[in-house]
Design a binder for this molecule. Structure first.
Ligand SMILES: Cc1cc2nc3c(=O)[nH]c(=O)nc-3n(C[C@H](O)[C@H](O)[C@H](O)COP(=O)(O)OP(=O)(O)OC[C@H]3O[C@@H](n4cnc5c(N)ncnc54)[C@H](O)[C@@H]3O)c2cc1C
Length: 483
């Protein structure tokens, strides 16, 4: 099956028997019909449909190397600058449609799989089976257009201990035994965004593992279908409360859901394993394969679209209530523009300085992408803060859609009018601002951006450690040594 339509995505979901625990309810399948997921699933179906829309299909798809049918562009192995630009344009189309609010659109992990499969030789260093497995899995996901999520982090019980020592080693997902055709996994991982309605769960390495025998059972990378026997998702409370798009414009469309993942003796066949019992391979998983560069290329494109949305929204807000002439308001807009242009410049630099890596893949330059990865978690936090400051009491003067046709309608029209909008349109705009900066959905977005690439504190340490400072140190040393 080539690039899927929304209907094909929904058909597959309808047959999945995914085990989800949500608000005291147990689901075994039927996720798409559940009110917590129905709207966001529809949004995802719309993204799949775009692959067949004449306006976007030439950007969103390319001919499969295995038969020529259109497959998603995020699987394209970039060999030329034009390939890299095509990939970015495809990221842009989906990111702009979702205002940058969806972090697990398929293009994110498709990009990872593309890079991992291209680096098949690296996987083959310990066992040639792993190199065959990663290529076969990439091709399967590409040809079936499967939606993947991932889970990386050990449970948050006691960060003073190594993850593998929490509760005597009984918490973190680990290999408890092997049989003739695979491994058996028990324990938990955090967190799988979109887990309940994805097709596949990538259980990949994240935290740095020590090369000790105790860490071996925790050292793996594999993939399982989300409805594998023994796999359970414990989903958080939804922030889509079943209200209209008018009332909750973002939460009613883009609430992706996040879930703790429990492995209760999940059997994983060897052909779905990409590394096993090898902490060193786990620690090099993203960097030695350059997967991180392609994932970050997608993320920077998404965060650029999100920042464009924030700029558009903030501008409309200032126009609506006539505050655009105040200097501190202009300073806030300047801050958003500065972030936007910084992201654009970094992405452009990464593309301009792209180089072919050891596996023949044209790879965006890492220093500019790494800079964006370190900046955005902090810069994004300012956007809701700015919107709250500028929206002020207007964010709470937000009657619902029902009020617009109720007894309060004439008063809303009169007293909630804005300099540039009638009462109803002002309420519509302010509800969107509220859902971007003050609702539960908005709060989750801020948390998500902060922790998107892991803990920014530790990401910063890696940034410093990996940055070549030697030339500058030598220059200062030389200056100090001058007579
Ligand atoms: C909305 C959301 C969606 C997510 N979706 C996914 C997903 O789809 N897949 C996935 O795998 N993960 C996902 N995550 C998890 C994300 O990767 C983690 O939040 C992130 O890596 C931080 O880990 P943690 O939450 O366990 O925080 P912790 O590591 O527990 O950190 C908590 C605090 O303690 C500090 N701290 C802890 N340990 C140390 C240390 N050793 N050194 C210095 N400071 C320390 C941190 O700085 C932080 O302030 C998601 C998280 C959020 C919030």
């Amino acid at each position: 099956m080539p690039a899927r339509t929304g209907a094909e995505f929904l058909d597959r979901l309808a047959s999945a028997r995914t085990h989800v625990e949500i608000q005291g309810e147990t689901l075994i399948g039927g996720v798409a019909a559940h009110p917590a997921f129905a709207n966001v699933v529809r949004t995802y179906a719309g993204l799949f449909d775009m692959q067949h829309d004449p306006r976007y299909r030439d950007i969103l798809t390319y001919p499969s190397p295995a038969g020529g049918e259109p497959v998603a562009t995020s699987f394209l192995i970039p060999r030329t600058p034009a390939d890299l630009i095509k990939r970015r344009q495809a990221f842009e189309v989906w990111a702009q449609r979702s205002l940058g609010m969806l972090g697990r659109t398929g293009d994110y992990l498709n990009s990872a799989l593309m890079a991992l499969a291209s680096a098949a030789d690296w996987f083959g260093q310990t066992d040639t089976a792993f190199s065959r497995n990663i290529v076969a899995y990439y091709e399967k996901v590409r040809e079936e257009d499967l939606l993947c999520t991932h889970t990386l982090i050990p449970p948050q019980a006691n960060r003073a201990l190594a993850a593998s020592q929490q509760a005597g080693g009984a918490l973190m997902a680990r290999v408890v035994r092997e049989d003739d055709n695979g491994i058996v996994v028990r324990g938990a991982r955090m967190l799988a965004t979109i887990g309940p309605f994805a097709d596949e769960l990538l259980v990949f390495p994240s935290t740095v593992l020590r090369g000790t025998p105790e860490d071996k059972p925790y050292s793996f990378a594999f993939a399982v279908p989300v409805d594998a026997t023994g796999l359970t998702f414990i989903a958080r409370e939804p922030f889509d409360y079943g209200r209209s798009h008018f009332d909750h414009p973002l939460g009613s469309r883009f609430d992706e859901s996040d879930a703790v993942v429990i492995f209760d003796d999940v059997h994983v066949p060897y052909e779905r394993c990409f590394t096993l019992g090898d902490p060193e391979a786990c620690n090099g998983f993203y960097t030695a394969t350059d997967a991180l560069q392609h994932m970050t290329h997608q993320v920077v494109t998404r965060t650029t679209a999100k920042t464009e949305y924030i700029l558009g929204l903030t501008t409309l807000l200032t126009e609506a209530i006539g505050i655009g002439q105040f200097q501190h308001v202009q300073a806030d807009l300047a801050e958003i523009i500065t972030t936007l242009e910084t992201l654009r410049a970094l992405r452009r630099a990464a593309e301009a300085d792209a180089a072919v890596n050891a596996y023949g893949v044209l790879t965006p330059a890492w220093p500019p992408l790494n800079t964006a990865r370190n900046l955005y978690p902090k810069l994004y936090q300012r956007f809701p803060e700015i919107l709250r400051k500028l929206g002020a009491s207007g964010l709470m003067a937000t009657p619902t859609e029902a009020d617009l046709s109720g007894a309060a309608a004439p008063a809303i029209d009169t007293y909630l009018q804005a300099a540039a909008l009638n009462g109803a349109d002002r309420v519509r705009l302010f509800r969107l601002v509220w859902d971007t900066c003050a609702s539960a959905f908005a709060s989750r977005q801020a948390l998500y951006e902060y922790y998107f690439f892991g803990d920014p504190v530790r990401t910063a340490s890696a940034y410093v450690a990996g940055y070549d400072k030697s030339e500058y140190v030598a220059r200062v040393r030389a200056f100090l040594a001058e007579p």
